[in-house]
Design a protein around this ligand. Structure first.
Ligand code: ADP
Length: 495
């Protein structure tokens, strides 16, 4: 039996999953690591924690699977996106902590870029809105504020990179310094049309090309994992941002196919084919992957608070004991009795982009009880996803055929049924839960020729399916109420 090893480096944990040559999961292992919050709104990771937890997860999965390294024919990497790292080319030593994608420390710089009138140009070139979320301003911040980074820049030994580049650099013993377009398209430094670093954007942020990795295909051998790590060399054959890996893992390989990952937040991606679609509805345009020199693009919209609203019900309100319990509680009432929860705890993401929106509960009456609130909170996850998907339909001028889902909260059957009812299309849940890792593994297997596209088609296996049962007028009325509720939450904290 041959195996493919997927490394899924996430925000709070590093995972490793071994897939056998029939794409069945043989073993997996996850290792959590510490989050650091040096100031309000700032989030950092220790680069060594990222690397060590990933190595530990990898060794754990191999041990649990009882697999010989000689039988692993490829490694594929998926990673938390936009997180920025800096290290020294001579030693590999990190030059500062990693600035995590959630970190808001470069918000003033982004505001300055917008005020100086660069917003439209950035959008045209990168498909992104100038926001602290993306890595480019994080690199610029390091250059301006971290003495070690400045010194390395002067000495010519500075290496900037996202998590993919950092891991591959270390896994190959410093031999390979690359990134792929799915990661590079999140830096605000890559030109979306050419998939190369853009001189105008580099100049705007004061970043030199020599500080950045070479951009290579998402799938294909980029280097060999050093023999010192697992006792023999293994080809590294894929690298992709986690959401794009999930899109691939869901089998969204044709134009118009859409996936939604229901985790802490929701990430909706639509594959849009070989030309980028510029959003008129405040979604992001991004690269899905580049395979064999051909790039596929995607539209993306994220919901900041999705599964997190369930954690809030459990941890802050004490209305439920566990996330799973939310389903039974929601089903114990026929509807929310007109109550809406808008979980705009950190503002609203796509398509509203209102950083001053705040959480709101509306429609309360004397008869409102715990179950109504729990149900309304769960429904808010589906409403928010629906808003993003409708924006995608407008941008792509195509109706959603069906929605493929994964992530922790997609295990909630009530939520999936409600999502299907709202959208009026089927919702299909993958049989394999590890969709992100699956995407990385499929891309890697393809990259070494273990699998062909035809094999992958056979591997993409749908599990449960939910079909709409609610009359469309009822769904429309519910959505009208939701939009009214969103209106009440908007601009609340506006100074
Ligand atoms: P992440 O990768 O963002 O950490 P996961 O995909 O592991 O997220 O999903 C975890 C999230 O899903 C949590 O926010 C949790 O509240 C939510 N969740 C897990 N199970 C359920 C469930 N049965 N019903 C509703 N939400 C759930």
């Amino acid at each position: 039996m041959k195996y493919v090893l997927a490394l899924d480096q996430g925000t709070t944990s590093s995972r490793a999953v071994l897939f056998d040559q029939h794409a069945a999961v043989k073993a997996s292992c996850a290792v959590a690591f510490d989050q650091h919050y040096p100031k309000p709104g700032w989030v950092s990771h220790r680069p060594q924690d990222i690397l060590n937890s990933q190595l530990e997860a990898m060794r754990g999965a191999i041990r649990r699977g009882g697999v010989d390294a000689a039988d692993i024919c490829a490694v594929g990497i998926s990673n938390q996106r936009e997180t920025a790292l800096a290290w020294d080319a001579r030693t590999g030593e990190p030059l500062c902590d990693a600035i995590v994608w959630q970190c808001r420390r470069t918000a003033p710089l982004c505001l300055a870029l917008t005020r100086a009138g660069h917003g439209e140009r950035i959008r045209e070139k990168t498909g992104l809105l100038p926001d602290a979320y993306f890595s480019g301003t994080k690199f610029a911040w390091m250059l301006a504020n971290e003495p070690g980074v400045k010194q390395a820049a002067q000495a010519g030994t500075l290496r900037f990179g996202t998590v993919d580049s950092f891991l591959i650099w270390h896994l190959t013993g410093g031999k390979t310094y690359v990134t792929d377009p799915s990661n590079a398209s999140r830096t605000m430094l890559m030109n979306l049309n050419t998939c190369s670093w853009d001189d105008e954007l580099l100049a705007l942020l004061g970043i030199k090309r020599e500080y950045l990795p070479r951009i290579v295909d998402t799938s294909g051998v980029v280097g060999q994992m050093d023999a010192a790590i697992l006792g023999r060399e293994i080809p590294i054959a894929a690298l992709a941002g986690d959401q794009q890996a999930a899109l691939f893992g869901q089998g969204c390989i044709e134009r118009g196919m859409v996936k939604n990952t229901y985790g802490t937040g929701c990430f909706v991606l639509m594959q849009t084919g070989e030309t980028p679609v510029w959003s008129q509805n405040r979604l992001l345009t991004t690269v899905a992957w580049t395979i064999g020199g051909k790039t596929a693009y995607a539209l993306e919209g994220s919901v900041f608070v999705a599964g997190a609203v369930v954690q809030w019900l459990r941890d802050e309100l004490g209305l439920i004991q566990s996330a799973q319990e939310s389903e039974a509680v929601a089903r114990s009432v026929a509807d929310t009795g007109g109550v809406y929860v808008v979980p705009a705890f950190t503002g609203l993401g796509a398509p509203y982009w209102d950083m001053y929106a705040r959480g709101t509960i509306v429609g309360l009456t004397r008869g409102t009880g715990r179950a109504h609130l729990v149900r309304a909170a769960l429904e808010s996850i589906a409403y928010q996803s629906c808003d993003v998907i409708r924006a995608m339909e407008k941008d792509s001028r195509a109706l959603l055929p069906l929605l493929r889902v994964d992530g922790g909260a997609s295990q909630n059957d009530f939520l999936m049924q409600f999502q299907s009812d709202l959208l009026g299309v089927s919702v299909v849940r993958m049989r394999n839960f590890e969709v992100t890792a699956q995407g990385a593994a499929f891309l890697a297997g393809l990259g070494v020729g273990l699998w062909q596209w035809a094999d992958l088609s056979a591997f993409w296996q749908a599990g449960d399916s939910f079909t709409p049962t609610m009359p469309r007028e009822q769904a429309g009325a519910l959505l009208d109420g939701w939009h009214k509720a969103v209106g009440r939450s908007q601009a609340w904290a506006n100074p």
